[in-house]
Design a protein around this ligand. Structure first.
Ligand SMILES: Nc1ncnc2c1ncn2[C@@H]1O[C@H](COP(=O)(O)OP(=O)(O)O)[C@@H](O)[C@H]1O
Ligand SMILES: [Mg+2]
Length: 363
C-alpha cells in the first residue's frame, strides 16, 4: 500500500565528478514533483561526501544553489534517520528515497546498500544492478555471457599499466586496434574518455582515464548511429520510443552533453519498425541481465557498415533533467516529467513492499 502523502528524500550531489549534473537534476525534479502529493525532503551529499538533510521543501525553488545545504544551517546526518543504528523514534524515516546521483558513490550501489540497511524504499536499481551498470567491464562481461552483441573491449588495471605499460600498449593495438576509445571503468557523462586516432595517443588517453579510476576499458571504435531507449518497470517492463543523438562533435563528449548547441536529440529516431522491435527486445534483455529495477536508459550503436545493433551501455540513473534524453523519450511515449517521477516513486515503493515477504531466518 502506498502511503497517503509519501515523504520522499531527494538525495543529490555526491562524491562524484558528476556532482553538478546531479544538482541540476535535483532542482528540476523537486520543482516538478507535485508537492500536494509528496512531502519533499532534500538531502545534499557534498562533493566531499558529507550528508546534510534540509527542511521540507513546500514551494518551487528559484535557483539550484538553494540546494547547497551546509552544516551551519541544517542537520547533518549523524543524528537523523540516516544511521542504521538509530533508535530515536523522532528520527522518522522517509517513505522512499530518490537517489538522483550519477557516477561513483551514488549510482554504483553504495548509496543503495546504505538504503537497504536502513530498510528504506528507494527509486531505481538495487545494489547489484547499480554496481553492475556502473562498472563498464563487469557490465560488458555480463552482456557477453548473455550473447548481446557489442564492440570488442579490453580491461586494463592500474597495476598492469604501471608495471607493463609498453606491453599493454602493444596488446591494445593488437587486440582492439586503432581507432579506439579509452574510458575509466566507473564513470559517466563521458568524463575521462578519449578517442585514440593513432597508436601514439594511447598513453595520454590511458593516463587520463586512470586519473578517474583504477581500471580502464579500451574499446574498438564503432562508426555508426547512437540510439538510446528508456526502460521502466520492475518485473513487467515498458519501453519508450527510441531516440537518436546527433552531434557534430567527434563523439558525444562532456561538452556536447551539457554545453553544446550543436548536439540534438532526434525523438523518435528514424528507424524501421523492425529495428525498433530489435532495439526494444535488446534493451529489455540488457535491463534484465544486469538485474536493473525501476528505470534505465539503454544505449546502442547501429554500425554503418552492416546495420548491426551493438549495445554500448546501460545507465541505471540516466540524465534526468526535463531536457535530458530519458525524460524526453518518455514524454514522446506519453508520460510527462511529473508523471514519470510519480511512476518511478511508485515502482520503488512496490519493490520495497514486495521484498518484505523475503525470509531472513529459518522458522
Ligand atoms: N566503442 C565506441 N565507439 C564509438 N563511439 C564510442 C564508443 N564508446 C564511446 N563512444 C562515444 O563516447 C560517448 C561516451 O561513451 P560512454 O561509454 O557512453 O560513456 P558514458 O558512460 O560516460 O556515457 C558515447 O556516447 C559515444 O559518443
Ligand atoms: Mg554513455
Amino acid at each position: 500500500m502506498v502511503p497517503k502523502k509519501p515523504s520522499v528524500a531527494i538525495i543529490y550531489g555526491g562524491k562524484s565528478a558528476e556532482y553538478d549534473v546531479s544538482l541540476q537534476t535535483a532542482f528540476s525534479v523537486i520543482n516538478a514533483i507535485n508537492k500536494d502529493h509528496y512531502k519533499i525532503i532534500p538531502v545534499h551529499i557534498t562533493n566531499s561526501g558529507r550528508w546534510i538533510e534540509g527542511h521540507e521543501v513546500t514551494q518551487q525553488l528559484d535557483y539550484k544553489e538553494q540546494l547547497l545545504l551546509d552544516e551551519n544551517s541544517h542537520q547533518s546526518y549523524s543524528n537523523k534517520w540516516l544511521t542504521p543504528m538509530s533508535i530515536n523514534p523522532a528520527n522518522q524515516k522517509p517513505d522512499i528515497a530518490f537517489p538522483l546521483l550519477h557516477g561513483p558513490n551514488g549510482e554504483d550501489g553504495t548509496v543503495q546498500g546504505l538504503l537497504e540497511l536502513l530498510d528504506i524504499a528507494y527509486v531505481g536499481s538495487g545494489v547489484l544492478g547499480s554496481a553492475a551498470g556502473m562498472d563498464k567491464v563487469i557490465m560488458k562481461d555480463i552482456f557477453k555471457s548473455h550473447g548481446l552483441k557489442q564492440p570488442k573491449y579490453l580491461s586494463v588495471t592500474k597495476y598492469e599499466w604501471t608495471h607493463n605499460k609498453q606491453q599493454m600498449i602493444e596488446k591494445i593495438k593488437a587486440d582492439i586496434g586503432i581507432p579506439c576509445f579509452i574510458k575509466p571503468a566507473n564513470n559517466g557523462s563521458s568524463i575521462g574518455i578519449n578517442q585514440c586516432k593513432a597508436g601514439d595517443d594511447i598513453e595520454k588517453a590511458a593516463d587520463e582515464a586512470f586519473y578517474y579510476d583504477e581500471k580502464v576499458i579500451v574499446e574498438e571504435k564503432i562508426t555508426g548511429r547512437e540510439i538510446e531507449i528508456g526502460v521502466i518497470g520492475n518485473d513487467e517492463l515498458s519501453v519508450s520510443v527510441p531516440g537518436e543523438i546527433k552531434t557534430s562533435s567527434d563523439y558525444y563528449d562532456y561538452q556536447s552533453k551539457y554545453n553544446d548547441g550543436d548536439t540534438s536529440l532526434m525523438i523518435p529516431a528514424d528507424l524501421s519498425e523492425q529495428k525498433v522491435n530489435e532495439i526494444e527486445e535488446l534493451a529489455k534483455k540488457a535491463f534484465k541481465c544486469l538485474d536493473c529495477k525501476g528505470l534505465s536508459r539503454v544505449d546502442f550503436f547501429i554500425r554503418d557498415s552492416d546495420q548491426a545493433v551493438l549495445i554500448n551501455e546501460v545507465n541505471t540513473m540516466p540524465g534526468f533533467t526535463p531536457y535530458s534524453m530519458f525524460p524526453l523519450l518518455w514524454k514522446h511515449t506519453g508520460l510527462d516529467y511529473a508523471d514519470l517521477i510519480d511512476k518511478l516513486i511508485r515502482l520503488g515503493i512496490e519493490r520495497h513492499q514486495g521484498r518484505k515477504a523475503i525470509r531472513y531466518r529459518l522458522d
